[in-house]
Design a protein around this ligand. Sequence first.
Ligand code: GDP
Ligand code: IMO
Ligand code: MG
Length: 426
Amino acid sequence: MSVTAVVGLQWGDEAKGKIVDLLTEDHEIIVRYLGGNNAGHTVVVRGEKYKLSLLPSGILHPGKTSVIAAGVVINPRALLEEMDSLTARGVKVDDNLLISDRAHLVMPWHPAEEAVLEQLRGGDAIGTTMRGIGTCYRDKIGRTHAIRLGDLMRPDVFRKKVADVSEQKLAVLKALDPASPPLDPQQIVSEYEEYAARLRPHVIDTTPVLHRAIREGISMLFEGAQGSLLDIDHGTFPFVTSSNSSGCGIHAGSGVPERAIDKMIGVVKAYTTRVGGGPCPTELDNEIGQHIRDEGNEYGTVTGRPRRCGWFDAVATAYGARISGVDTLAIMLLDVLSKLDEVKICEAYEIDGERTTDFPSHAADLARAQPVYRTLPGWKRDITQARKLADLPPEARAYVDAVSRLLECSVEFISVGPDRVQTVTA
Ligand code: GDP
Ligand code: IMO
Ligand code: MG
């Protein structure tokens, strides 16, 4: 029985959902601990595609318990839609789902505020998913305007909070943009009371549930969202998400201490993608970038935006691995590079003529970083049927070895296609 964590080491979309799905078999409880419906985790099971945003990917496995812990921000409408769509496909979403009453609620004013703030930033926009995630976390930190799921479970408390907060939110929205549509507290309350009735059976203080599981030696799997380089403190600020999306966030978001985790798996794409604004030194704004986008179907699960694509950035990813305290790697989407004559890995940056392998703390410095590449031969062979290391061409193995050495981590999984079975266990 073990406690395992899966975290992305880049800018999200590393295919964490697939690895969580693979590992769920060996774990009893699967925990989402941060983010909200800005996340989009695609899992392919026997040719069937599932897109999960708020529910842990473990929900797809019968007999497992899925937990949405305190650090998640919940849009109840989005959550219920996701629950309903899975139920309609025959997936059980019942007493196998526990939701923390400490989780904060995304309220209708959160996406509205975000839309105005992003618009005001113009060309400097963060390029968020527009789901009200950052504005909800901002209210959580500010406390005065925050509403938690536990408040929604107490009708009197909830009604008063909505009345107080919505009045102030409307004033702010009108000041920022006089054309802002009105907020109707009555309507918000009645809409959210319907959500409350449906969510109530799932709502509990999940922290003691997780503590009891540790005491009893029940295996747990922590499902990361976003990626280490989008971490609010350690990522490419301000082009980040609003929570600790590196390994640092597991303990804060779940209430489970670091020492309880036996294994930290860092998930990386075999190349780089990024959605939204912010520097990305290895981005390829050319036909190779487009080739990667086409081969990897690199369009956002949540917003459908084309993802920015580029070569693997070992400087950025090694930094992600260090802040997340990774034990071993899962290298994903290796098949996407199969048609290229040669492949490149960025092993250092040159910034103002200085060579460095340190990841800059300021976005302006990262924006000036010129990648220093190591070029490796491509393998030019279909690898989607590979199931063991020996099935991979020597050039593909050399690529994996180079990533492993540069990140100073062993490799446990190599993924060669979206399906569960398209995985090499090293
Ligand atoms: P997540 O947010 O980290 O869970 O990743 P996403 O689901 O947003 O993006 C990963 C995408 O890659 C999904 O569409 C997966 O189905 C797909 N995928 C996962 N592993 C592989 C792989 O090894 N090869 C290919 N070609 N696609 C993969
Ligand atoms: P998963 O879990 C990729 C990005 C957004 C934007 C920035 C801030 O699928 O890997 P936000 O809406 O969070 O305030 O947006 O973070 N972003 C992601 N990029 N994958 C994600 O999640 C992301 N979640 C947020 O594109 O640049
Ligand atoms: Mg995703």
